[in-house]
Design a binder for this molecule. Structure first.
Ligand code: HAM
Length: 425
């Protein structure tokens, strides 16, 4: 009887070494950009108290209502695998006394997230986000700093020409209720024209009506009242300043009055970066202000904002642009080829010397002949093969073979590490 084989759970996948090259490249580019802007790294637990997300993200959102991986542990605590990073980071801000740190507190993260979503290209149940949060700054400068940091990151990835910044303001606790009232009555008047999902959203989460992808709802969305026309003076001035500052630094944007985001904590500025590819998974990142969340979690009133991007989705987008080069595609710099017992010993010593110097080196320590080892070096895309045959082992020398040109020369063994480091520079 054949034994059952196992598969990764639906919506998850293995990140194989070739995928990892992209993940490392994206994460290190992100880290370089955000560290230069003064953000420091935070990692929160993979699971949290379920109520953190219910209260923070909102009971009526898809994320909380349909997508959470929740479980009860052996002590009867209800816990949830984090579906997003903002609520946990605000929890950590309060729990670790960060209100007493110099404000704003600027944090970044690269973490896995879990949502029971319908898997498709660019959408997984376990996925990764790169993101940042800036807590304790109410000024429109902060909005522009966060948005332009995201933009700079996409520029560094070579994606700037293929994305657009979508921008909106959804007001505050003062002005939004008036808009919601208007929106709700508009939808009630048109109830016959909308899908069943939207019928329940009219009461539970009216802002999400503007996000419906059903064809029959799309036409109505065009006619619906726009939140931007209901902003109070403070929200209006804040948004105007954000636009002016973006103009100032030449970051172009599209004002999108339908952009509302799927999580309940947002106030004022919301934004997403969209790709120029068709399809529903075209948001590389999303974010905005959440000026009430710290207070909602029991802290004193503290303005905050941030964004998070989908690592998997961004990588898929990079891959769809083959002209974008990933720097670390060469896997090893050096491959040491050896023949005979003495040569094997030298090979091992030489590899250790390279590794001490953090030069990526591998060697043919098995019994394969020279041509087998050289073709292995080729497969690994090594830049140089260093060949130690019986004669070289006796002379304490090594042959340097440049793999691209095939050029060879003999070099003293004790000087080879220094020489190779020089050439690799
Ligand atoms: P979000 O829009 O829910 O925002 O997620 C941010 C990004 O994560 C999306 O734009 C998308 O690229 C990626 N993403 C979301 N769901 C999936 C999925 N199932 N598979 C693959 N990628 C996905 C947030 O999470 C907020 N916490 C962002 C934020 C930070 N707002 C303020 N600070």
């Amino acid at each position: 009887m054949t034994k059952k084989t196992f598969q990764a759970p639906r919506g998850t996948r293995d990140l194989l070494p070739d995928d990892q090259v992209y993940f490392d490249y994206l994460n290190s580019t992100f880290k370089n950009v955000v560290k230069a802007a003064g953000f420091r790294q935070i990692t929160t637990p993979a699971f949290e108290d379920t109520n953190l997300f219910v209260r923070g993200v909102g009971k009526e959102t898809d994320v909380v209502d349909k997508e959470m991986y929740s479980f009860v542990d052996k002590s009867n605590n209800s816990l949830t695998l984090r579906p997003e990073g903002t609520a946990p980071i605000v929890r950590s801000y309060l729990e670790n006394g960060m209100q007493a740190w110099p404000q704003p507190v600027k944090l970044y993260y690269t973490m896995s997230m879990y949502r029971y979503d319908r898997p498709q290209a660019g959408r997984y149940r376990e996925f990764w986000q790169y993101g940042l949060e800036m807590i304790g700054d109410k000024d429109p400068f902060a909005d522009v700093m966060v948005i332009s940091t995201a933009y700079r990151f996409y520029q560094k990835l070579g994606l700037a020409d293929h994305i657009t910044l979508q921008l909106n303001s959804i007001g505050c606790q003062k002005c939004r209720p008036k808009y919601i009232k208007e929106l709700t009555s508009f939808y009630k008047e048109n109830e016959k024209k909308i899908c069943n999902n939207c019928k329940s959203r009219v009461e539970s989460n009216p802002l999400r009506l503007l996000d419906c992808k059903e064809a029959k709802c799309q036409a109505l969305i065009e006619e619906a009242p726009q939140v931007i026309n209901f902003l109070c003076t403070e929200c209006h001035d804040h948004f105007k300043k954000v636009l002016e500052l973006l103009d100032e630094i030449n970051v172009t944007y599209e004002i999108n009055p339908r952009l509302v985001r799927g999580l309940d904590y947002y106030t004022r500025t919301v934004f997403e970066f969209w790709t120029d590819r068709d399809g529903s998974q075209n948001a590389l990142c999303g974010g905005g202000r959440y000026d009430n969340l710290v207070e909602n979690f029991g802290g004193k009133s503290t303005p905050a904002l941030g964004f998070a991007g989908g690592t998997d989705r961004t990588i898929e987008f990079i891959k769809s642009h083959p002209e974008i080069e990933i720097l670390e595609s060469r896997k090893v710099d050096i491959f040491v080829v050896q023949l005979g017992n003495e040569a094997r010993k030298n090979c091992l010593k030489l590899l250790s010397s390279f590794w001490d110097e953090e030069v990526a080196a591998e060697g043919g320590l098995d019994k394969e002949g020279i041509s087998g080892q050289l073709s292995h070096a080729n497969r690994l895309q090594a830049k140089y093969a260093l060949i130690i045959g019986q004669k070289e082992a006796y002379d304490q020398t090594v042959i340097i073979k440049e793999m691209a040109s095939g050029n060879q020369e003999t070099y003293p063994l004790d000087k080879i590490v220094k020489e190779i480091k020089k050439r690799l520079k």
